[in-house]
Design a protein around this ligand. Structure first.
Ligand code: NAP
Length: 311
């Protein structure tokens, strides 16, 4: 494939930026990849494993002359980083991000950017429970969706170029409004994560089931919750702080449904439970048919690495 951006600056060098670096290099999509991270330790690891062509010590240095800048830090840090890089951005550059929440990022970042710089927020719906500069891999985005949420007046050519980069990394790309994105993700990712955190918390508090029993018999469903609940605490704190309204909306609906099932169990209403589980099974089938998960036994766990949840 051919070079899409001459110089890509990655700000933050964790799972998502690292995976982008691997994928761009595999497919020759960037002339040069320059990266930076907040801590000297992460920068040292990135240099050590050769994650980027160059690792520099500051975000302002990284973005100099870059035609694409990717903000790949937790959502709550986007505004501060945007303020830091703004005076150093090249005219005509595109600034994008990979944050799991979009409306808040638009509000935090947009006003910092100078005229003539294109701002095209984005979110790859792909991730794992791992984080840090060693956790990335080139296949993470393959056959996963990346959602772009262009702001009003975005230059169509700049959007098309960013779309081409994501497609080059294997993603299916769609565009939507930032607010709608946040509602969709509250349903498909944010609230499920909160439920997983809660379930693991409940087991932790439940002294009638010993810790060793919880671990030993975890394959009965609990194990999948623990994997999700092992996700990065900073990232997820920021997701809930910045997508508050949509998550509270979906959580309200979730609690209502929970009461419906609770009542059916109490009343011994087997038909209601059976009908409910039949409907939910059809949703699972739809996800597999859309190629967004595997039908393999035990979720294909024999494979060593599998991209899974979207933040
Ligand atoms: P990660 O592996 O934890 O890496 C985060 C990076 O951001 C690190 O380089 C870290 O630097 C830096 N960072 C952390 N706090 C910062 C701060 N306050 N100021 C500046 N830099 C800071 O995270 P990730 O999973 O790649 O996530 C990055 C973004 O992608 C987040 O916005 C997240 O919402 C989004 N996302 C994540 C997933 C997922 O499943 N993980 C999926 C889709 C989108 P140090 O290493 O030096 O601390």
């Amino acid at each position: 494939m051919s070079v899409i951006y001459q110089k890509v600056a990655l700000i933050g060098l964790g799972l998502i930026a690292g995976s982008m670096a691997h994928a761009m290099r595999r497919d020759g999509l960037a002339g040069e990849i320059v990266g930076t991270a907040r801590s000297a330790e992460t920068r040292a690891v990135a240099r050590d494993i050769g994650l980027c062509d160059r690792v520099v010590d500051s975000a302002s240095e990284a973005v100099e002359g870059a035609d694409l800048v990717v903000l790949a830090v937790p959502v709550g840090a986007m505004g501060r980083v945007a303020g830091e890089i703004a005076p150093h951005l090249a005219p005509g550059a595109t600034v994008t991000d990979v944050g799991s929440v979009k409306k808040d990022v638009v509000d935090q970042v947009g006003h910092h950017l100078p005229e003539g710089v294109h701002f095209i927020p984005g979110h790859p719906l792909a991730g794992t429970e791992h984080s840090g500069p060693r956790s990335g891999f080139a296949e993470l985005f393959e056959n996963r969706y990346t959602l772009l949420t262009p702001v009003e007046g975005s230059d169509p050519e700049a959007v098309a170029r960013l779309r081409a980069l994501w497609e080059g990394m294997g993603a299916n790309v769609e565009e939507m409004d930032a607010e709608h994105h946040d509602l969709v993700l509250a349903v498909t990712s944010h609230t499920p994560h909160l439920i997983a955190y809660t379930m693991v918390g409940v087991a932790d508090h439940l002294r009638r089931v010993t810790e060793s029993e919880v671990i030993k018999y975890s394959a009965a469903g609990f194990r999948d919750f623990t994997r999700i609940a092992a996700s990065d605490p900073t990232m997820w704190r920021d997701v809930f702080l910045t997508n508050k309204e949509a998550v509270l909306d979906i959580l309200g609906r979730f609690t209502e449904e929970l009461f419906v099932l609770q009542r059916a169990i109490r009343m011994g209403d087997g038909d209601a439970l059976h009908d409910y589980f039949t409907r939910t099974r059809a949703i699972r089938r739809g996800i597999i048919e859309a190629g967004q998960d595997t039908d393999a036994p035990d979720f294909g766990r024999v494979k060593p690495r599998k991209g899974g949840d979207a933040g």
